[in-house]
Design a binder for this molecule. Structure first.
Ligand SMILES: Cc1cc2nc3c(=O)[nH]c(=O)nc-3n(C[C@H](O)[C@H](O)[C@H](O)COP(=O)(O)OP(=O)(O)OC[C@H]3O[C@@H](n4cnc5c(N)ncnc54)[C@H](O)[C@@H]3O)c2cc1C
Length: 413
């Protein structure tokens, strides 16, 4: 099967979506490919994956409008509502010696993982991408494996179809997409490790791509939705830090919108160390995640099961698990409380397999990462010189790459 467009964008994350929107406004025909069976990339909202969840974000969540003007403008243009981080009330710290400290009201900002001034998108951050993309211009479950740009006037992209479980469907004939220009809007290291370029990319560029770890690749997030907002009822902010458990820090992560999907929800970061703990917990039976996480919440917040809502009355309910932590999230529920977990560390479209040590000293946004190898152009948040790693960086990189492509195509004609 073949198809022909002006520009093919690889990656339906925030950067790819911004590029597609920009190029379409210049009357270019655009096709956006993504290996996943959903759009958004590292923006993944629990409610989008499962209607029973509270709209928590498993990936990027916070935007700092005072220092991120591109994101602030984008949210305004898309008319998306936002909600400030909830910081009112006492917060908790459970430290290594097994002591729980109560942090007085007014000090949450110092302990919150997001610091001050952060807002979230009502309904979850993945809405930004779904609002940007025209469904007809996106092809999901298609992984680019080879890009042949020997003929600069007609690039050929070989793609394989992925199964629901994000594995290659080996029985399928590869699809070839033909185009005049390609924008690679995915983590540089994943691209360098998983796509064959014909001819090879310049050596220095490949080295720079391989040396650039994907931002936040070593993290995961847990979200827990409850029938009641028990922390607010007890004058707590929902913010806590935990030096002992698998989830290093918690915060309130309700979607912020009225109605469906606005269940009271807490979310928290799982570090690499926490991921190793959770792997042990779920290795025999993934439903063990439920009790493990509820027990850590009881310990950190100093509340009993009753305080969390109706946990005791539903304790006898069957706990059911679905999904997986390395794909779009493992969901474990007893029908009243839902615990979900997504690990980006184990997601091979975010974290190239050989990434074990993260080098925070690498040069995100360096010239080699950004430079085009015409007719190939490079975007994605890691290539941005400003706000690299953040959603803001993904938007800045998209703006730059789209400008380069428009100029290139106008020179071609
Ligand atoms: C846990 C976590 C927390 C974060 N918190 C924040 C935050 O609070 N605020 C903030 O601003 N940012 C945050 N970020 C970062 C933010 O999510 C990213 O900056 C942003 O989403 C990156 O967008 P992108 O389009 O550059 O890349 P991605 O979102 O990674 O998109 C790339 C896409 O390319 C696809 N792809 C890869 N290879 C191929 C291939 N061969 N063929 C087809 N498709 C392919 C992938 O499937 C993916 O969908 C967080 C990230 C994580 C993981």
């Amino acid at each position: 099967m073949m198809s022909t467009v002006d520009v093919c964008v690889i990656g339906a994350g925030l950067s790819g979506a911004c590029i597609a929107r920009n190029l379409a406004s210049h009357n270019k025909s655009v096709l956006v490919l993504d290996a996943r069976n959903r759009v958004g990339g590292r923006l993944l909202t629990a409610a989008a994956a499962n209607a029973d969840l509270g709209g928590a974000d498993f990936g990027g969540a916070w935007i700092w409008p005072r220092s991120e003007p591109n994101m602030a403008n984008l949210l305004q243009n898309l008319n998306l509502q936002t909600v400030p981080m909830h910081m009112d009330g006492i917060s908790m710290a459970y430290i290594a010696n097994g002591k729980r400290h109560v942090i007085p009201d007014g000090q949450a900002e110092m302990y919150a993982a997001c610091g001050g001034g952060a807002i979230r998108v009502c309904g979850g951050a993945s809405r930004v991408v779904s609002e940007l993309l025209e469904p007809h211009s996106v092809r999901l479950g298609m992984r680019a494996t080879e890009i042949d740009y020997n003929d600069k006037k007609e690039v050929k992209i070989k793609c394989i179809k992925m199964t629901d479980k994000n594995n290659a469907n080996k029985n399928d004939t590869p699809t070839i997409i033909k185009c005049q220009a390609v924008v690679l809007a995915a983590p540089p290291k994943v691209l360098a490790r998983t796509i064959t370029f014909l001819p090879n990319l310049p050596k220095q560029k490949t080295e720079s791509m391989i040396a650039t770890p994907t931002w936040m690749q070593e993290y995961g997030k847990v979200a827990v939705s409850f029938p009641t907002n028990w922390w607010r009822q007890q004058r707590m902010s929902g913010i806590s830090i935990d030096h002992v458990g698998a989830v290093a820090t918690w915060w309130e992560a309700c979607s912020g919108s009225e109605g469906d999907g606005n269940l009271p929800t807490l979310a928290g970061f799982v570090t690499e160390q926490g991921a190793a703990m959770l792997r042990k917990v779920i290795c025999d039976d993934s439903s063990y995640l439920f009790e493990f996480i509820i027990e850590s919440l009881k310990r950190v917040y100093g509340v009993d099961a009753n305080a969390m809502g109706t946990l005791e009355s539903v304790a006898s309910n069957e706990i059911k698990a679905q999904g997986s932590s390395e794909q779009d999230g493992l969901i474990v529920t007893n029908g009243v409380i839902t615990v979900s977990y997504k690990s980006w560390l184990e997601d091979d479209l975010t974290n190239a397999k050989d990434d074990t040590v993260v080098d925070f000293t690498c040069d995100y946004g360096d010239r080699d990462l950004q430079s085009s190898v015409e007719p190939l152009f490079f975007a994605g948040t890691e290539t941005s010189a400003g706000a690299h790693g953040h959603m803001e960086g993904a938007v800045i990189a998209a703006e730059r790459a789209a400008t380069e492509v428009v100029e290139y195509l106008s020179n071609c004609t």
